[in-house]
Design a protein around this ligand. Sequence first.
Ligand SMILES: [Zn+2]
Length: 199
Amino acid sequence: MSEVRFGPGGVPDWLEPMIRFCSRCGGQLAFGPVADEERDRLACPNCGFVSYVNPRLVVTTLPITDLGEVMLIRRGIQPGQGLWAQPGGFLEIDETVRDAAIRETLEETGLRVEPGAIVGLYSRVQAAVVVVAFEARIVGGATEATREALETRPFAPDAIPWSEIAFETSVSALRDWVARVRPDLPLPDLSTFRRPFGG
Ligand SMILES: [Zn+2]
């Protein structure tokens, strides 16, 4: 994904083609003032349906080994293919955040985890996501390569591959985790981690 632009409707350009038509009647949506709304919205001139466009929640974990290392995956798919990130994915409509953390970690790494404290919550407006990162205890399973994860391996807090982390939100989460478990370590400057894509 190249540089993200925000078009009419305050919607990122990559998202706009997916919300052109009314999901209730199929009419073409128009952006503009809507009664009782604080800001301009995408709405249907036919039936009055307002199409709210909101960020989605991405649920992730930092699975921690008995040695205090964090398990990261090398991504097998875009965005960020070939780079490192924590396991995670979109929250499904019928599950809790905790269920999603367990499911996504198992799907992508083969590891069973128990989510614990929330390391942080990170907005990435360009990608229309909010990312929650749980610290998670590994309670079973075994790492396996999947389509989404070429490999999964542990990194000590002083060995995070900062320059090869896929997403700005991942850098933020790892930074907050390292700051907590190893406050003595120097932290990378977030402003040097501009990523054109994803979270
Ligand atoms: Zn409509």
